[in-house]
Design a protein around this ligand. Structure first.
Ligand code: ATP
Ligand code: MG
Length: 223
C-alpha cells in the first residue's frame, strides 16, 4: 500500500527535496545522478549526492559483505536485513541531516531497490520488505523516485564482466527486479516517474530534468 508522503515543512523552514534514482544494473543511475547534480548546482541549489549501500562508515563494511563476489554469501533473509541496516544508517546520518539543512538530496538507490531485489526477485515478499524499509527509514519516502527502466539484457551488456554479486544473478532474476520496480511505480504514480533508460544519455538526462523541474515548481507553491 502506498503511504502518504511526509508533510512539507512550514514555509520558513528549510525545504530539502529528496529524490531517489532506481533501476536495474547498468540502467544509468550513477550517470544520471551526477548529471542532475551538476544541473541543479548550476542553478544554485545545495545538492548532496549519496548512494546505497555504503555511504556511511558502517555502510562501507556492509557493502563489502553484500556485494563482493568473494567472501561469505548471506542467506536471502540476512541479505535483506543487512540492506535495511545500511539504509537505517544512511537515512539517520546522511539523508535526514542534509534535508534538514535544506539540500536537494539525490540518492543512487533507496527502498524500492530492496523491495524489487529482495522482495520481488528473491521472493521474500514485497509487502514484508516494504515494511522493513519503512522501519529502517522511520517512514521517510522520496519526494520523487526516478525509475530508469530498460530491459535487463541491455543494462547488463553495458558492462564487460559482472562486477558484483547481484549483477551476477541470472537474467530471470533481473527480469523479476524490473517487473517489481514497474509495479512499485504503477502503485504510486504521483511519487514516481518512469523514464526509458535505453535512450541516449542526453535524452534520458532531459527527461530527468523535466520531472525534477516540475517537482521544484510544486515545492515552491505555498501550501
Ligand atoms: N543512456 C545510456 N546509453 C548507453 N550507455 C549508457 C547510458 N547511460 C549510462 N551508460 C553507460 O552504461 C554503463 C553503466 O552506467 P551507470 O554506471 O550510470 O549505471 P548504473 O545504473 O549506475 O549501474 P549499477 O547498477 O552498476 O550501479 C556506464 O559505462 C555508462 O557510461
Ligand atoms: Mg551505479
Amino acid at each position: 500500500m502506498p503511504q502518504p508522503r511526509q508533510a512539507r515543512p512550514a514555509a520558513d523552514a528549510p525545504t530539502g527535496l529528496f529524490i531517489a534514482f532506481e533501476g536495474g544494473e547498468g540502467a544509468g543511475k550513477s550517470t544520471q545522478v551526477h548529471r542532475l547534480a551538476q544541473w541543479l548546482r548550476e542553478q544554485d541549489h545545495e545538492v548532496v549526492v549519496t548512494f546505497e549501500p555504503g555511504d556511511t562508515k558502517l555502510g562501507r563494511a556492509l557493502r563489502e559483505v553484500l556485494l563482493h563476489l568473494e567472501g561469505p554469501r548471506p542467506t536471502p533473509v540476512a541479505e535483506a536485513l543487512l540492506f535495511a541496516a545500511d539504509r537505517a544508517e544512511h537515512v539517520a546520518r546522511v539523508v535526514r541531516p542534509a534535508l534538514a539543512a535544506g539540500a536537494v538530496v539525490l540518492t543512487d538507490r533507496f527502498s524500492d531497490s530492496s523491495i524489487a531485489y529482495q522482495g520481488g526477485a528473491r521472493r521474500l515478499g514485497t509487502a514484508r520488505i516494504a515494511e522493513l524499509a519503512s522501519w529502517a527509514t522511520g517512514g521517510l519516502r522520496p519526494d520523487l523516485t526516478v525509475l530508469l527502466d530498460l530491459p535487463p539484457r541491455v543494462g547488463l551488456a553495458r558492462f564487460a564482466t559482472p562486477h558484483d554479486r547481484l549483477e551476477s544473478e541470472p537474467l530471470q532474476f533481473h527480469d523479476r527486479v524490473r517487473s517489481s520496480f514497474l509495479e512499485l511505480a504503477a502503485a504510486d504514480p504521483a511519487g514516481h516517474v518512469v523514464i526509458d533508460a535505453s535512450a541516449e544519455v542526453e535524452q534520458v538526462a532531459q527527461a530527468v530534468r523535466a520531472a525534477v523541474e516540475a517537482l521544484l515548481h510544486d515545492a515552491r507553491q505555498p501550501l
